[in-house]
Design a binder for this molecule. Sequence first.
Ligand code: SAM
Ligand code: SF4
Length: 333
Amino acid sequence: MKDPWGRIIDYMRISITDRCNLRCKYCMPEGIDWIPMDEILTLEEIAQVASCGALLGIRHIKITGGEPLVRLGCCHLIRTLKQIPGIEKVTITTNGILLGQYLESLKQAGIDGINISLDTTDRCLFKKITGTDGLEMVLESLKQAVAMGLPVKVNAVSVDWDSWREDGQAGVAWKSLLELARTDPVDVRFIEMMPIGAGKDFPTVSHERLLTELKASYPGVKRDMKVHGFGPAVYYTIDGFRGSIGFISAIHGKFCDSCNRVRLTSQGYLKTCLCYEDGVDLRKILRADLPDREKRIRMEQAMEEAILQKPIAHCFDDPGQITEHKGMSCIGG
Ligand code: SAM
Ligand code: SF4
């Protein structure tokens, strides 16, 4: 369906858990409280929301979290979502730690793509950022996924990690990631850090700067006009590279006029924009003492009303206006 600004809303990001097996400093600092399990939607409830979404024109679903692969039944949910009439693509974003052990099940479930969040290929820096010495597992899973023919993208937040490295060498964290796109058919995308949750303390590096550095390091950089997915990334190719380099510039390249998404939090709250708390509590409807048909009607109505009030744009350029105070792991990044 269209929102009041004429944008087609056909993409829903669904957070299936607030739990995670990593502690990325910008996302989930130590000491965070877990949401009680009975407040988190069951997999059946998530599928019911997705079915209503499909009736309203949702075509693509991204499974996220927390870390979605720590939730038991994640692959079963994906299989269920893939069978909903109208749903064309179901993809997942994961930190890659458990990916190796679930790749076969994800493939069997019909997953359409895997985004691996990886901010560096430097082992020490990985450990400092995530709190875990797990880089090898992530890289192995990535290779395995590619070998299985699954579409894989790597996402990295654009943060200046130079001072986090023992040797303080400039630009190593992000430049080493580019090598993944040289050796494998993997798009490597940089995502500007948004001032959400702990991310507020990690100012984003502007993509203008990264692009200038990219062009200086690789003379054969060209704009890539091929369609790579259903998101707002701007892509570049480098001669001799098998994957492309993408930039998702939510802050410096505000792309709200092409926003196509809503978000379902693990607690069943449908959010219409990252930086505002506006939305609707679908869990209340799902758990109301009503016949199933009545619930479905109410849920569809509530979702439609929420989309009809979707804000025109985010307000990250005016932080005083931000009304969302939850962290990314609760919202579903
Ligand atoms: N655990 C999974 C993962 O890491 O892919 C899924 C959830 S995680 C919240 C989803 C994505 O959000 C990750 O790529 C992470 O780097 C990104 N992220 C977390 N906090 C962010 C922020 N403040 N701004 C931009 N991206 C952020
Ligand atoms: Fe976990 Fe993903 Fe947040 Fe890292 S970014 S702490 S992997 S939810």
